[in-house]
Every structure is written in structure tokens, then in C-alpha cells.
Design a protein around this ligand. Sequence first.
Ligand code: FAD
Length: 312
Amino acid sequence: MKWKSENLARLARVLERETGSEVKTHVPLAPLTSWKIGGPADILVRPHSVEGAGQLFAFLHLHRWPWVVLGRGTNVLVPDAGIRGVVVQLNHLSHIEQRDSGLYTVGAGMMLPELVRVCSCSGYSGIEDLAAIPGSVGGAVVMNAGAGAQTFSDALVGIRVVHEGAMRHLDPARLNFGYRRSGISPDMVVLEVTLQLHFTSTQQCLARRTAALEHRKQAQKVEMPSAGSVFRNPPEASAWKLIDACGLRGFSIGGAQISPRHTNFIVNTGSASAADIVALTAHVQRAVFQSCGITLEPEISFLHEESNRYEA
Ligand SMILES: Cc1cc2nc3c(=O)[nH]c(=O)nc-3n(C[C@H](O)[C@H](O)[C@H](O)COP(=O)(O)OP(=O)(O)OC[C@H]3O[C@@H](n4cnc5c(N)ncnc54)[C@H](O)[C@@H]3O)c2cc1C
């Protein structure tokens, strides 16, 4: 579905009026991603509350407008042409509420490092190892973010989503969480989660959190824009070792380079396009397959210019 440029302002006004969300048109997406790559969104919408988000997705579903969700953009590649349709960011859903002991209800837009900080300061343990993962809570559910000995799904006891315009509660125990995978389908949007953490002590939690942050500084000292690990580790080996063994450390296509420090990271040396990243990703896959017969699977989410889920 393509919208005429001159119609966008009118469509944006309709969205603002009908859903009460913050709405902008022709928004460059590169600054909203950790790779600093990608073209503009026709329309960017940020609902102010869970209920507002529910209204927004009910409207998008009813009128069959194309949409896609962007978290904090730390695990996605936005195409150079940008995204036609509506890009939704849940940044304003950053509430946190502690209910019974260790039970936290958290908005999907909250930053994961901030969530870890708040829980650790209260002495509640379960997610400290994730302190250096730069994404949102919603992104952490969908990607099942993990570091050290912890993954986000371990702490999850409830997920509130909107699906086909209607709010639903999901039981995480019934989803297929695995290594960097969740059972959240692409047409579901995570709005809020409930976590069960357990009390240890503030001192213990903060020490573990500090250790995670320090470890990251040492192990992944990558100064240029990146999206973290590009490939999932296959069962039989580490992706970075396979890439290194192909002699690809520092190899580049256009402005995209295999990080000289961490070979499972692709960095933007300043002028990388999305096309450069795609070409380099494909090059790595070919080289690794030719050398050892293993197909590396991307961990990154590749967004598409045509975001209309109803045409799929
Ligand atoms: C320097 C660096 C280090 C990293 N280290 C780690 C690490 O140690 N471990 C790890 O697991 N990851 C790591 N990552 C990757 C990334 O931070 C995580 O995958 C993170 O959970 C992604 O969250 P996000 O909000 O940025 O999601 P985005 O990148 O914005 O989105 C990722 C995908 O989730 C979807 N999505 C986002 N929010 C929602 C929502 N609310 N509802 C439905 N779909 C949604 C998007 O459409 C997209 O398909 C790292 C990234 C960087 C840049």
C-alpha cells in the first residue's frame, strides 16, 4: 500500500484525533536505530498509554493501515527507502509498578538497563545479567534477550499483547521461548509484561549488575554503531569463531565492516547503507557455508519498506 505524500498530513491528523497518540510524518528512522541506518517512516506514532496503544492498534486493524513496531532499534535493519505506512514506537509506555513481593508490571517501552537498575536497587534478582542490553522491554520479550546466565523469558510470568486489534493476556509458559526466540508472532504487539523476581539483597544485585556492565566493557568494546551480534550461534560453534576462521575480521563492503574487535558485529564506519549491511551479511553466510557447510542464521530483524502485514 502506497500513500501519496500530500495525503500523509491528513492521515496523521486522523490518527491523532482518533487515537490521541503523538503523530509525526516523514520521520527519519536512522537516528532511532543503533546502526544509524535507514530511510524515513511515512508516519511515526507514539501512544501515551497501554489503553491508547490498544485504541491505536484497533484503529489500524479496522482500517487496514500498514504498520510495524520499532522498539529502541538495537536489533533491526531499516531499509534505505524507509518504511511506507505507520511505524509505532512504545517509548511512552515506560511505567513500572511493583505489586506483591517481587512481582513487577512494566511497560513495553521501558529501557531494559533502566528496569535492571530499578529492580537491583530494591534487591530483586533475576535479570541483572541483562544490564548492558540496550533495547526496550518489548524488544527483550520478542528477541528473548539474554546475557550471562539469564534470559528475559526466565523472569516472565505474564504478557499483555494486542493482536488483530484486540487486547489479550498470554501465558509465557505456553509460548515457545528459546535461544533469541519467542513465540510472539509478527502480528502481535507486546504492550506490558509481568515479571516475577526474587529477593536477595540490594548489595548482591548491584554487584551482579556491575559485573555484567564491566564484562560488557571488556568483551564487546565496539565503538562504532552496530546492532550487536548479527548471527545466532549455531548449535555446534560460536558464530564469531566461524567468521574469524574465514579471515573476515575487518572485511568491508561499502561503509559496512566486520568489526575488527568482534567478528559477529557488523559496524557502520560512517557511511554504511542498509544495502551494504545486507550485502556483507550475505557475503559472510556464503563464506562460512563454503568453508564448513554451516548456514549462519541472522539474529537481526530485517524490516521491509512495505510494512503492511495484511498483504502478507
Ligand atoms: C551493542 C549491542 C549489544 C547487544 N547485546 C545483546 C546481548 O547481549 N544479548 C541480546 O539478547 N541482545 C543484544 N543486543 C541486541 C538487542 O539489544 C536486543 O535484541 C534487544 O532486546 C532488542 O530490543 P529493541 O527494543 O531495540 O528492539 P528492536 O531492535 O527495535 O526490534 C527488534 C524486533 O522486535 C520487534 N519489536 C520490538 N518491540 C516490540 C513490541 N513491543 N511488540 C512486538 N514487537 C516488537 C521489532 O518489530 C523487531 O522485529 C545488543 C545490541 C547492541 C546494539
